[in-house]
Design a protein around this ligand. Structure first.
Ligand SMILES: [Zn+2]
Length: 232
Protein backbone atom coordinates (compact mmCIF):
# COMPACT_ATOMS: atom_id res chain seq x y z
CA UNK A 1 0.00 0.00 0.00
CA UNK A 2 1.25 3.42 -0.89
CA UNK A 3 1.56 5.40 2.31
CA UNK A 4 1.55 8.71 0.53
CA UNK A 5 -1.68 7.83 -1.19
CA UNK A 6 -3.26 7.16 2.13
CA UNK A 7 -1.98 10.18 3.97
CA UNK A 8 -2.63 12.52 1.10
CA UNK A 9 0.86 13.91 1.34
CA UNK A 10 2.16 15.01 -1.96
CA UNK A 11 5.34 13.53 -3.35
CA UNK A 12 5.42 16.12 -6.09
CA UNK A 13 8.44 18.38 -6.41
CA UNK A 14 8.55 21.62 -4.47
CA UNK A 15 7.63 23.78 -7.44
CA UNK A 16 4.21 22.20 -7.71
CA UNK A 17 3.39 23.78 -4.40
CA UNK A 18 3.75 27.17 -5.96
CA UNK A 19 1.24 26.22 -8.62
CA UNK A 20 -1.10 25.06 -5.88
CA UNK A 21 -0.54 28.24 -3.93
CA UNK A 22 -1.20 30.27 -7.04
CA UNK A 23 -4.70 28.91 -7.24
CA UNK A 24 -5.37 30.43 -3.85
CA UNK A 25 -4.32 33.89 -4.69
CA UNK A 26 -6.97 36.03 -6.25
CA UNK A 27 -4.87 38.38 -8.31
CA UNK A 28 -1.44 38.58 -9.86
CA UNK A 29 -0.60 41.43 -7.56
CA UNK A 30 -0.68 39.11 -4.60
CA UNK A 31 1.23 36.37 -6.38
CA UNK A 32 4.18 38.34 -7.64
CA UNK A 33 6.26 38.54 -4.47
CA UNK A 34 6.04 34.78 -3.96
CA UNK A 35 7.10 34.08 -7.52
CA UNK A 36 10.09 36.32 -7.08
CA UNK A 37 11.33 34.67 -3.92
CA UNK A 38 11.90 31.31 -5.62
CA UNK A 39 10.90 27.76 -4.74
CA UNK A 40 12.60 27.40 -1.39
CA UNK A 41 11.27 30.51 0.26
CA UNK A 42 7.81 30.24 -1.16
CA UNK A 43 7.59 26.67 -0.03
CA UNK A 44 8.98 27.38 3.37
CA UNK A 45 6.57 30.11 4.30
CA UNK A 46 3.10 29.96 2.91
CA UNK A 47 2.21 33.23 4.54
CA UNK A 48 4.64 35.40 2.65
CA UNK A 49 3.01 35.54 -0.70
CA UNK A 50 0.29 38.03 0.06
CA UNK A 51 2.38 40.48 2.03
CA UNK A 52 2.79 44.00 0.75
CA UNK A 53 5.87 44.61 2.85
CA UNK A 54 7.56 41.67 1.17
CA UNK A 55 6.80 43.21 -2.18
CA UNK A 56 8.51 46.39 -1.11
CA UNK A 57 11.60 44.71 0.26
CA UNK A 58 12.06 41.94 -2.24
CA UNK A 59 12.41 43.86 -5.42
CA UNK A 60 12.04 47.12 -7.23
CA UNK A 61 11.21 45.38 -10.45
CA UNK A 62 8.79 46.81 -12.93
CA UNK A 63 6.44 43.91 -12.28
CA UNK A 64 6.17 44.69 -8.61
CA UNK A 65 5.73 48.40 -9.28
CA UNK A 66 2.98 47.55 -11.72
CA UNK A 67 1.32 45.38 -9.11
CA UNK A 68 1.51 48.18 -6.58
CA UNK A 69 -0.09 50.55 -9.07
CA UNK A 70 -3.08 48.23 -9.28
CA UNK A 71 -4.01 48.91 -5.67
CA UNK A 72 -3.91 46.92 -2.44
CA UNK A 73 -3.79 43.14 -2.85
CA UNK A 74 -7.00 41.44 -1.91
CA UNK A 75 -6.69 38.81 0.79
CA UNK A 76 -9.01 35.94 -0.01
CA UNK A 77 -9.57 33.36 2.67
CA UNK A 78 -7.22 30.52 1.96
CA UNK A 79 -6.00 27.40 3.62
CA UNK A 80 -2.51 26.93 4.92
CA UNK A 81 -0.31 25.05 2.50
CA UNK A 82 -0.37 21.77 4.43
CA UNK A 83 -4.15 21.69 4.10
CA UNK A 84 -4.30 22.81 0.49
CA UNK A 85 -5.36 19.92 -1.74
CA UNK A 86 -3.84 19.06 -5.08
CA UNK A 87 -7.21 18.97 -6.82
CA UNK A 88 -9.46 21.94 -7.50
CA UNK A 89 -11.70 22.69 -4.56
CA UNK A 90 -15.24 21.44 -4.39
CA UNK A 91 -17.93 23.74 -3.03
CA UNK A 92 -18.14 22.13 0.41
CA UNK A 93 -21.12 23.28 2.44
CA UNK A 94 -20.95 21.31 5.67
CA UNK A 95 -18.45 20.01 8.23
CA UNK A 96 -19.23 16.73 9.97
CA UNK A 97 -17.25 15.87 13.11
CA UNK A 98 -16.46 12.33 14.24
CA UNK A 99 -14.42 10.40 16.76
CA UNK A 100 -12.82 7.02 16.15
CA UNK A 101 -14.40 5.61 19.33
CA UNK A 102 -11.01 3.97 19.93
CA UNK A 103 -8.15 4.99 22.16
CA UNK A 104 -5.57 4.77 19.40
CA UNK A 105 -5.69 5.41 15.68
CA UNK A 106 -4.07 6.94 12.63
CA UNK A 107 -4.85 7.60 8.99
CA UNK A 108 -3.24 4.27 8.15
CA UNK A 109 -5.12 2.23 10.75
CA UNK A 110 -8.47 3.77 9.82
CA UNK A 111 -7.71 3.24 6.15
CA UNK A 112 -6.92 -0.43 6.78
CA UNK A 113 -10.32 -0.84 8.40
CA UNK A 114 -12.35 1.19 5.93
CA UNK A 115 -10.88 -0.45 2.87
CA UNK A 116 -12.60 -3.64 3.98
CA UNK A 117 -16.04 -2.00 4.07
CA UNK A 118 -18.59 -2.04 1.29
CA UNK A 119 -21.14 0.53 0.26
CA UNK A 120 -24.88 -0.01 -0.17
CA UNK A 121 -24.27 -1.38 -3.67
CA UNK A 122 -21.70 -3.85 -2.43
CA UNK A 123 -18.70 -1.99 -3.85
CA UNK A 124 -15.64 -1.80 -1.63
CA UNK A 125 -14.78 1.63 -0.20
CA UNK A 126 -11.82 3.38 -1.80
CA UNK A 127 -10.25 3.66 1.62
CA UNK A 128 -10.43 5.93 4.64
CA UNK A 129 -13.77 7.69 4.53
CA UNK A 130 -12.75 10.97 6.22
CA UNK A 131 -11.10 14.03 4.73
CA UNK A 132 -9.02 14.86 7.81
CA UNK A 133 -7.82 12.96 10.87
CA UNK A 134 -6.53 14.63 14.05
CA UNK A 135 -4.25 12.53 16.25
CA UNK A 136 -4.29 12.19 20.03
CA UNK A 137 -0.73 10.99 20.64
CA UNK A 138 -1.61 7.31 20.27
CA UNK A 139 -0.95 6.31 16.67
CA UNK A 140 -0.42 9.89 15.50
CA UNK A 141 1.19 12.92 17.09
CA UNK A 142 -1.12 14.67 19.56
CA UNK A 143 -2.84 17.48 17.70
CA UNK A 144 -1.44 16.49 14.31
CA UNK A 145 -3.83 17.15 11.42
CA UNK A 146 -3.46 14.86 8.43
CA UNK A 147 -5.45 15.37 5.24
CA UNK A 148 -6.31 12.07 3.54
CA UNK A 149 -6.44 11.16 -0.14
CA UNK A 150 -10.13 12.11 -0.14
CA UNK A 151 -9.21 15.69 0.69
CA UNK A 152 -6.20 15.79 -1.57
CA UNK A 153 -8.29 14.60 -4.51
CA UNK A 154 -11.44 16.43 -3.34
CA UNK A 155 -13.50 13.24 -3.34
CA UNK A 156 -16.91 12.59 -1.84
CA UNK A 157 -16.56 11.28 1.69
CA UNK A 158 -17.68 7.99 3.20
CA UNK A 159 -18.36 9.01 6.78
CA UNK A 160 -21.77 10.54 7.29
CA UNK A 161 -24.19 7.73 6.55
CA UNK A 162 -26.08 10.25 4.44
CA UNK A 163 -25.55 10.71 0.72
CA UNK A 164 -26.06 14.46 0.87
CA UNK A 165 -23.65 14.94 3.74
CA UNK A 166 -21.06 12.68 2.14
CA UNK A 167 -21.21 14.69 -1.06
CA UNK A 168 -21.23 18.16 0.46
CA UNK A 169 -19.65 17.62 3.86
CA UNK A 170 -16.03 17.66 4.95
CA UNK A 171 -15.48 14.70 7.28
CA UNK A 172 -13.12 15.38 10.18
CA UNK A 173 -12.31 12.56 12.58
CA UNK A 174 -10.53 13.00 15.91
CA UNK A 175 -8.79 9.94 17.30
CA UNK A 176 -10.18 8.95 20.69
CA UNK A 177 -13.30 7.76 22.43
CA UNK A 178 -15.03 10.89 23.64
CA UNK A 179 -17.59 8.96 25.60
CA UNK A 180 -14.70 8.08 27.93
CA UNK A 181 -12.58 11.23 27.89
CA UNK A 182 -12.68 14.56 26.06
CA UNK A 183 -10.27 15.41 23.21
CA UNK A 184 -6.79 16.45 24.28
CA UNK A 185 -5.99 20.15 24.47
CA UNK A 186 -3.82 19.79 21.36
CA UNK A 187 -6.66 18.11 19.48
CA UNK A 188 -9.05 20.83 20.53
CA UNK A 189 -6.68 23.53 19.33
CA UNK A 190 -5.95 21.74 16.05
CA UNK A 191 -9.61 21.06 15.36
CA UNK A 192 -10.52 24.66 16.14
CA UNK A 193 -7.89 25.93 13.73
CA UNK A 194 -8.93 23.52 10.99
CA UNK A 195 -12.63 24.27 11.37
CA UNK A 196 -11.95 28.01 11.39
CA UNK A 197 -9.98 27.85 8.14
CA UNK A 198 -12.49 25.61 6.40
CA UNK A 199 -15.38 27.73 7.64
CA UNK A 200 -13.73 30.86 6.35
CA UNK A 201 -12.69 29.41 3.01
CA UNK A 202 -16.03 27.83 2.16
CA UNK A 203 -18.30 30.28 4.00
CA UNK A 204 -19.80 27.53 6.12
CA UNK A 205 -22.22 28.89 8.73
CA UNK A 206 -22.24 27.68 12.33
CA UNK A 207 -25.42 25.68 11.85
CA UNK A 208 -23.70 23.55 9.24
CA UNK A 209 -20.90 22.44 11.54
CA UNK A 210 -22.42 19.20 12.70
CA UNK A 211 -21.82 16.36 15.04
CA UNK A 212 -22.18 13.07 13.23
CA UNK A 213 -25.13 12.38 15.52
CA UNK A 214 -26.98 15.32 13.99
CA UNK A 215 -26.81 13.67 10.57
CA UNK A 216 -27.92 10.20 11.55
CA UNK A 217 -28.65 8.36 14.81
CA UNK A 218 -25.24 7.65 16.35
CA UNK A 219 -23.41 8.52 19.56
CA UNK A 220 -20.48 9.80 17.45
CA UNK A 221 -18.49 11.91 18.32
CA UNK A 222 -19.16 11.08 21.95
CA UNK A 223 -20.88 12.89 24.82
CA UNK A 224 -17.68 14.65 25.99
CA UNK A 225 -17.05 16.33 22.64
CA UNK A 226 -18.50 19.84 22.33
CA UNK A 227 -18.66 21.49 18.93
CA UNK A 228 -19.05 24.88 20.59
CA UNK A 229 -15.68 24.41 22.27
CA UNK A 230 -14.05 24.55 18.82
CA UNK A 231 -15.62 27.85 17.90
CA UNK A 232 -14.51 31.33 18.86
ZN1 LIG B 1 -18.94 9.43 13.12
Amino acid sequence: MNRNFVSGRSTAPVCSHIAAAAAWLAVGAALLPAALTGCGQANGDGGRSGSRSDAASDAASEDVELAAAQGPARKPARLRQAWTPTASLKPWRTIVLHHTATETGSVESIHAEHVQRRDAEGKPWLGIGYHFVIGNGHGMVDGEVQPTFRWNDQLTGAHAGSRDHNETGIGICLVGNFDDAPPTDAQQAAAAALVAELQSRFKIPRDRILRHGEVRPTACPGRLFEVDSLLP
